[in-house]
Design a binder for this molecule. Sequence first.
Ligand code: PMP
Length: 406
Amino acid sequence: MPIDIQKVRADFPILSHTVYKRPLIYFDNAATTQKPLQVIKAISDYYENDNCNIHRGVHYLSMKATEAFEEARKEIREFINAPSTHEVVFTKGASESLNLVAASFGKKFLKPGDEVVTTIMEHHSNFVPWQIICEEKGAVLRVANILADGDLDTRHLYSLISEKTKIIALTHVSNVLGTINPLKEIIAHAHRMGVPVLVDGAQGVAHAKVDVSDLDCDFYCFSGHKMYGPMGIGVLYGKEKWLEELPPYQSGGEMVKDVRIERTTFNELPFKFEAGTPNVEGVTGLRAAVQYLKNIGMEEISLYEDRLLKRAVEGLSSISDMRFYGTAPEKASLVSFLIGDIHPFDAGTIIDKMGIAVRTGHHCAQPLIDHFGIPGTVRASFAFYNTADEIDRLTEAVSRVKRMFA
Ligand code: PMP
């Protein structure tokens, strides 16, 4: 069923706010999405009715909270079509998931002279952890380029893979360019070379159906807050064979089986990677977000957001001197641009005064911004609760900025 935009917008209380006496237009969805009442209510319901520490108690409340927590894990397994709940690890976000894999994989498998392959379009969260572990282990980080339109240069990527390559770490969708990487093709190629692939799905999971079994990726990481769920919760999907092999990332309660003065044995998956009291509130909210997305339908969301993107590109392209960053044919619903030589901070500040929230700067992807030799971009990123009218208001706002600086 097509998206009923009025009904959807009524679910997001913040969207009816005004800023500077104008209706808020929220185009910073790639940074974080807004939350529907269903998510907000699930969190307050949890604290009103079920709050308890989990996995350790034999009493009623603890068992109830544990059951809800593990039911959420099942729902998230199904959402990304992971083969098993053992492969769904809760973390505090994509960054923590990525740090976990870099640190644990690096500790176990990297040695001097080995190589890790990544791309120039990575968010710092999928770049710096690899840089740190490579430096620690004497390994080398190799970085694949992009083409002029912001597509990944897969030929360059493939040329970097050799018998020295231990893992490829790349993003599903670029948070600056919107480029959707051809994951299936890359993963199949890497596997033929015997190399596992980690996918940073922070910008992928909210915009189209993700099927980790079909992708055959070895790891897939994402954050709840970019998919209409709460902050402070995220997921690491990892194939069981890898998660079994990786050493624990953090230690403490929950992740252990048996602790003696002499030695400790670790808990089974996924608990081996979930040290300490988990974010039960976050998991509860994430579950509500997944249910919300399922109700709307990921295909409907993709179709709707594609239309918003098309309208934005058409509108903004009608303004002269626009410089777009990221025009790949396979692209998620965001536009990154500069208006002539106007500094992105100046443009963003004026656009904000018109009630439109856009992001400006390097978007935590400095190597990519350096590659373009620019100070940053203005980024407008869309969600299924945005409207065509809001997109037109952005085009008007950008025209106005241009006139002001003329
Ligand atoms: N990867 C990408 C592509 C992102 O866009 C982001 C967030 N901007 C992250 C990783 C990190 O996500 P988080 O801050 O939620 O950990």
